[in-house]
Design a binder for this molecule. Structure first.
Ligand SMILES: [Zn+2]
Length: 212
């Protein structure tokens, strides 16, 4: 894909409300697909339980029970990771390039005070990538390169979380084809997910074996 960092960051801002929606929704696991999901159910359950246990350890006691609705941990992880990456990158750019003179320009980055949301930060970074005027210097080549990397990674994570990316995943050794080969599942991005055996080449969909 050859879209610019500016365009990718705008897409992130556009998709952010979808992440908000998905956060409180029970896992609508379209990927892996329903038929193949049973294959993975035990695995996913184990992962979710373990992650939840780790989260409990991270929280301070007064936060316990603060959220009555179970949240989608995968979405929450994505939102936290992407938001942190965007904020960090904006902080870096602003601390290096922003003019010290106080102005009320709307594109001025504020390090303190009310934290900006991820969508706003994505748009702010998009403007920096596009070299939109602001009270600061243009990005250096190294900064632009770093921002391209951040934008690409962040958009990939968002797309993955929203099941918009083409995914491929190899099942672990416990879930093998009858022939003993390892199974690879491919799906996402609206495509019919399929599973394929690396060894015998059998492939099947939710509806059953297609070819063996
Ligand atoms: Zn096989």
């Amino acid at each position: 894909m050859t879209t610019t960092a500016a365009a990718q960051l705008q897409t992130i801002a556009t998709l952010w409300p979808d992440l908000d929606d998905a956060l409180g929704t029970p896992v609508a696991a379209t990927w892996p697909p329903a038929g193949l999901r049973t294959y993975l159910a035990a695995l996913e359950q184990h992962d979710a339980t373990e992650t939840a246990a780790l989260r409990m350890l991270e929280r301070s006691p007064d936060q316990l029970g603060a959220r009555p609705v179970p949240v989608n941990l995968r979405i929450m992880d994505t939102m936290r990771t992407v938001e942190a990456a965007l904020h960090e990158t904006a902080d870096q750019i602003a601390s290096a390039n922003q003019h010290a003179v106080e102005t009320s320009h709307p594109h001025r980055w504020h390090f303190t005070g009310r934290p900006r949301g991820a969508a706003w930060t994505a748009l702010w970074l998009s403007a920096r990538a596009d070299n939109v005027f602001w009270p600061g210097r243009a990005l250096t080549d190294a900064q632009a390169r770093h921002l391209r990397h951040v934008a690409r990674e962040a958009l990939h994570r968002v797309e993955q979380a929203l099941d918009l990316a083409v995914e491929q995943r190899e099942l672990d050794a416990q879930h093998r084809c009858p022939c003993g080969g390892r199974i690879v599942i491919t799906g996402g991005a609206g495509d019919q997910p399929t599973a394929r055996c690396r060894q015998c080449g059998a492939w099947w969909t939710e509806r059953g074996v297609v070819a063996a």
